[in-house]
Design a protein around this ligand. Structure first.
Ligand SMILES: N[C@@H](CCC(=O)N[C@@H](CS)C(=O)NCC(=O)O)C(=O)O
Ligand SMILES: [Fe+2]
Length: 431
């Protein structure tokens, strides 16, 4: 194993033997970062073994598996965050150290601490060829729209700001309004992080887009509309979801005409984000009203497809259907292979760092729920898995807020807002 010290905070290396992690800790390292996907070569220790060995040695462990061409902004964010949060030096490895150094260099350029033209000489000075990192930067610099993901670890949600670089107009997709069910506290930490980014980048918000009425978190659409004045939108079948939940909550006052949003999108509807063209796919199955947004060469699929190592969304909520979800997924997969796919949740399988970007081609090749699958087998697999899943812990909270576009209930005479829960209305108890 070759180890190259890059700075006081970072050493990059080829594959280390987990038996020497204790020695790394003794040398003062605090974090072991593994950038290798499992199964790259025979005899590779892998995520599980490395994670355990790091723990036994008192090192924090971070798993950011990447292939050179498959690096995404999420991986770069994870690498930078690891170095930022570490209590001391980070020991980052892949097979040779090159991917680890590429992740670092890309992050330094994106954060403005290094120039694009400095990357190759920087790599060479440490004995690494970083032409791949430069290619990545050049490819991303040409991309339109520019897409920034904001991961919420509390609900495993990814919120997006989608920007047309030509006009600096943007859309916000699926923003989260914070809620702590133990105390009943609400908050705007996630939404304010989005607003800070928008201000720092000098963006104008045109749209606040929800893909569906979420069952696991509150939407920040209403809050962000108040802050930015942008138009809110969701799928037109939200009216059916409103009617469904009006019954479940015994809630005659709920308006079930979708008037809580500025625009209700149907299949095939088009709109623009600055000069970037966008269109809507109707993608039901997870919910009755789910839609996907195709914006430029990117599609925002929320709870249809997750990352290729994570499968697909559940289809057992009221109004859900695995068969219908399969058809929706087929339409998404009929987009060109190079289409960028942005998912709405990442449940971090194997404890890896959150990821959210893939391509249609990768989904077709690598997602075990999709590759070589047919409708019948998909439905059987989905239904079997869904039977094992308890309801999301916030489903009864969230639908009261999200069927009203992210508005909290009106305050009662004492100035406090209250939620109301039906008992025994849903199956899927956790016991
Ligand atoms: N444990 C989470 C589960 C959330 C959940 O059910 N997520 C949905 C999307 S809203 C899903 O599709 N999950 C897929 C799965 O868990 O396999 C919670 O309680 O919030
Ligand atoms: Fe969902």
């Amino acid at each position: 194993m070759n180890a190259t010290r890059i700075s006081d905070r970072l050493t990059v290396a080829g594959q280390p033997d987990p038996a020497m992690f204790g020695q790394l800790a003794a040398e003062g390292y605090k974090v072991l970062l593994n950038a290798r996907p499992d199964g790259e070569e025979p005899g590779q220790p892998g995520n599980k073994v490395e994670g355990q060995a790091a723990k036994d040695s008192g090192l924090d462990y971070v798993f950011v598996p990447v292939t050179g061409p498959g690096i995404t902004e999420a991986d770069v964010q994870a690498f930078q965050k690891t170095i930022r949060d570490a209590k001391g030096p980070v020991f980052a490895h892949c097979k040779s150290g090159m991917r680890a150094l590429a992740l670092y260099a890309i992050g330094e350029v994106l954060d403005g601490r290094m120039k694009r033209d400095e990357v190759e000489p920087f790599g060479r000075s440490h004995g690494f060829d970083l032409t791949g990192a430069v290619r990545w930067l050049d490819r991303e610099a040409k991309r339109s729209p520019v897409i920034k993901g904001f991961f919420d670890p509390r609900t495993w949600s990814i919120q997006y700001v989608v920007t047309d670089p030509a006009t600096k107009h943007c859309a916000i997709v699926d923003p989260v309004y914070d809620f702590d069910e133990k105390s009943g506290s609400t908050g705007t930490g996630n939404a304010d992080a989005i607003l800070n980014y928008i201000e720092a980048e000098g963006l104008t918000v045109e749209w606040i887009l929800d893909t569906h009425p979420h069952a696991d978190h509150f939407s920040a659409a209403h809050y962000l509309k108040q802050k930015t004045g942008a138009k809110t939108a969701i799928g037109s079948h939200v009216v059916d979801v409103q009617k469904l939940w009006q019954g479940i909550y015994n809630w005659p006052e709920l308006r079930t005409d979708g008037s809580q949003w500025d625009r209700l999108f149907s299949a095939g509807d088009t709109f623009t984000v600055g000069s970037v063209k966008a269109r809507v796919l109707f993608s039901p199955g997870h919910t009755l009203a789910s839609i996907s947004y195709v914006i430029g060469d990117a599609v925002f699929v929320h709870d249809t497809i997750f990352m290729p190592d994570s499968g697909t969304a559940r289809a057992d909520f009221p109004g859900g259907s695995a068969k219908v979800l399969w058809a929706s997924i087929q339409e998404i997969l009929s987009l060109p292979d190079e289409t960028r796919v942005f998912t709405g949740h990442d449940y971090q399988p194997g404890g890896r760092n959150p990821k959210w970007e893939s391509t249609v081609g990768e989904q077709k090749r690598l997602n075990p729920h999709l590759a070589g699958m047919d409708e019948k087998r998909f439905v059987a697999l989905r239904d079997a898995r869904d039977k094992t899943l308890p309801m999301p812990k916030l489903i009864l909270h969230a639908l009261q807020i999200n069927t009203r576009g992210g508005r909290l209930p009106e305050p009662e005479a004492n100035g406090r807002r209250y939620l109301k829960f039906p008992l025994d209305a849903l199956e899927g108890a956790a016991w």
